[in-house]
Ligand binder design. Sequence first.
Ligand code: AMP
Length: 215
Amino acid sequence: MRIILLGAPGAGKGTVAKLLTAYDGSVQISTGDILRGAVKAGSELGKKAKGYMERGELVPDSLIMEIMEARLQEPDCAKGFILDGFPRTIPQAEDLEKLLAKLKLKLDLVANLEVPRDVILDRLTTRRTCSNQDCQEIYNIKSKPPSPDGKCLKCGSPAIQRADETVEAITVRLETYNQKTAPLIGFYGKVGILKNVSSLSSEQSVKEITGAIKK
Ligand code: AMP
């Protein structure tokens, strides 16, 4: 499948994407994960992206398109891809259209994960993420806690609160989402491939998405 997951930070895009990869072997492409990896590695890309990310702002479109142009042509994308956190602006969506046309690929669906704002705020402030770049298991201190000493249950690395999951950064991220990313709902609505999904349960979202693709 070739799909885009839209939704505010904390809507569950990462969790739903991971579940969808198990469905047909499509690969999850998270621009957030790619950027966090670059920051940790201290690469040129990471140095350019770090400040924007820590403030909860978007990284410039040109940097993101450079990443995506290369990523979508890697061999593991042949089975399909689930775009998690990209596109995030109208210019990115327009550039993606051009890139897909060049690669002779078509999207199957754009799933918009809808979650009430209070649920999102609660989810983000209680989220912990495994600090091991190759694991990145997601925890929640209320519903899915790491070990009592704060370690990942899968790999034993510390499960940490991301720098952009402080209340200040979350507020900026949600505002940025409303201003820059929410207009994509109208953009893909016009293209005719949008499906709104109520994302209170990840399993239910996956059912709705795979059901819509089969039709
Ligand atoms: P995420 O994990 O998807 O919430 O992304 C974390 C941060 O990475 C965002 O707050 C942005 O600073 C940056 N980022 C991720 N994806 C994009 C994108 N498509 N466009 C611009 N910035 C992005």
